[in-house]
Design a protein around this ligand. Structure first.
Ligand SMILES: O=P(O)(O)OC[C@H]1O[C@](O)(CO)[C@@H](O)[C@@H]1O
Length: 472
């Protein structure tokens, strides 16, 4: 196939079963029902007025990002990337897809890239025991600069780095421009400072310095991510409605959620896409999980993302998918052509459970298992679509990122919700700031402290005693 990605939406449709699928007649009416919303969405893309298109302008920042990456790669054995959510998940997906899960273990990998996106003290200690901080560069990514988890990690590693005599100018900070703590710190350290376009929300920022720097650090040409994204961008703009993959899929998913298919499962058929699955979950959840419409009315948005890994999760969650309530729509991501394949030798020819593998390959088996899983769900009344990536190239990954970014923005338009904010995350952050003693939140602290006391008073704890053997 010549396409970079293709979408098979045929098994979201049915001739007769309009309860679980989209009827062919219903699809015929999509243009009339959703064409207006799509046209508005498409013209924002075309006129480069959509936040998504800010990524394309970021191409101009790549030469500088590349030179920072090369400088760090020459000087350091390790790079520690601190970020969370949109400031880490895209980098994780790029690292895993392009270099595989064992990149840091490969002797020739330089620099090794460690992405820390949690506060867990055990995780941090484990990492410290593994790396020599004197040979480690620090990259601190926080769009807002106020995310408490990443700020805490930066404080910790900055202290270690400074105590180890690290060159403060080599630190890289990536954030929004602005007059705030993170920008002042970057200026006072006189370190590398890369800015994210303010109108590009964090979960859409993988195609910006947030994803480009980690890509360049591991030797991936970040321009190629943009090349793939551009191919999708052009196809959204150029393809007529009835052949437009994004329009058809977006309209189907929207209609299916109205038919009770609330859970959007993304079943990725490559271990090198499991981090992409986590990136997708944040993108989908924070963009589409909205209580209110742009009009101020309660929203009808009712979708939950779930990422799974094929073939692995066929042996964990598939049973439930098959036999429990039909509240899901399934997206499969398949790789057409793996860069390598492994042929199975003819062992145990007298054993029927083993002899049939002879002459097959692991890639072939993965494809067969993907198809079997999809077919068994579709034949059981579960709507399925499949996205096939031509290969495991960098442009294919860029295309996939942009496709899902555009898909959520289009679907948000159908629900008339804002895909770019995340008001639901704020309360938890405010409680954390107050309880941790952030000065500009001290006013809220007494109220939150009494709310915490009240909450804890509601606990009902049932303990299970344990006496280690030999201590009786
Ligand atoms: O890049 P920042 O500002 O540190 O934010 C990290 C993440 O926190 C959130 O704001 C809330 O979860 C996400 O939208 C964002 O990706």
């Amino acid at each position: 196939m010549n396409e970079i990605i293709s979408v098979d939406a045929g098994h979201l449709l049915s001739e007769k079963d309009g309860r679980n699928f989209i009827l062919h007649d219903e699809m015929e009416g999509f243009g009339k029902k959703y064409g207006g919303t799509f046209a508005a969405f498409r013209s924002l893309l075309k006129e480069k007025k959509s936040p998504l298109t800010l990524s394309f302008a970021e191409e101009s920042s790549i030469p500088r990002i590349r030179s920072v990456a090369q400088e760090l790669a020459e000087k350091y054995e390790n790079v520690l990337l601190l970020g969370i959510g949109g400031s880490a998940l895209g980098a994780r997906a790029v690292l895993q897809f392009t270099r595989g899960p064992y990149y840091n273990l490969a002797g020739q990998a330089r620099p090794r890239l460690f992405i820390v996106d949690n506060l867990d003290p055990v995780l941090v200690k484990n990492l410290e025991e593994l790396i020599d901080i004197r040979k480690t560069a620090l990259v601190y990514i926080s769009k807002s600069g106020s995310t408490p988890e990443t700020a805490a990690l930066f404080i910790h590693f900055y202290r270690k780095y400074r105590e180890a005599g690290g060159n403060l100018k080599d630190i890289v900070i990536i954030c929004d421009p602005g007059d705030n703590g993170i920008n002042r710190i970057a200026k006072s350290l006189r370190c590398h400072l890369l800015h994210i376009p303010p109108e590009l929300p964090g979960r859409y920022s993988v195609l910006s310095p947030v994803g480009f720097l980690p890509a360049e650090l591991i030797g991936v040409d970040s321009r190629q991510l943009l090349e793939g994204a551009r191919a999708v961008h052009r196809s959204i703009i150029d393809a007529p409605l009835q052949e437009n993959a994004l329009f058809i899929l977006g309209a189907c998913l929207y209609e299916l959620s109205a038919k009770g298919k609330y859970i959007h499962v993304l079943f990725n058929y490559s271990s090198l896409l499991s981090e992409f699955g986590l990136w997708y979950m944040q993108l989908w959840a924070e963009s589409l999980g909205k209580r209110m419409c742009l009009t101020g009315e309660p929203s009808q948005a009712n979708t939950t993302p779930l990422a799974c890994l094929g073939a692995t999760d066929q042996h964990s969650i598939l049973q439930l998918f098959k036999e429990c309530p039909s509240d899901k729509v399934f997206g499969f991501i398949n790789i057409e052509s793996f860069p390598v394949d492994i042929a199975l030798a003819g062992e145990f020819p007298d054993e029927k459970e083993y002899s049939y593998f002879t002459g097959h390959t692991l890639g072939e088996q993965l494809h067969i298992e993907q198809l079997s899983t999809e077919m068994s769900l579709a034949r059981d009344g579960k709507p399925c679509y499949r996205i096939t990536l031509k290969d495991m190239s960098v442009p294919a990954l860029g295309a996939l990122f942009y496709f899902y970014e555009a898909l959520v923005v289009f679907i948000a338009g159908l629900w008339q919700i804002n895909p770019y904010d995340q008001p639901g995350v704020e309360e938890g952050k405010n409680i954390t700031y107050s309880l941790m003693g952030r000065s500009d939140y001290s006013r809220l602290r007494p109220a939150y402290e009494s709310a915490v006391a009240e909450y804890k008073a509601g606990s009902r704890i049932f303990s299970i005693p344990f006496k280690p053997a030999g201590l009786d």
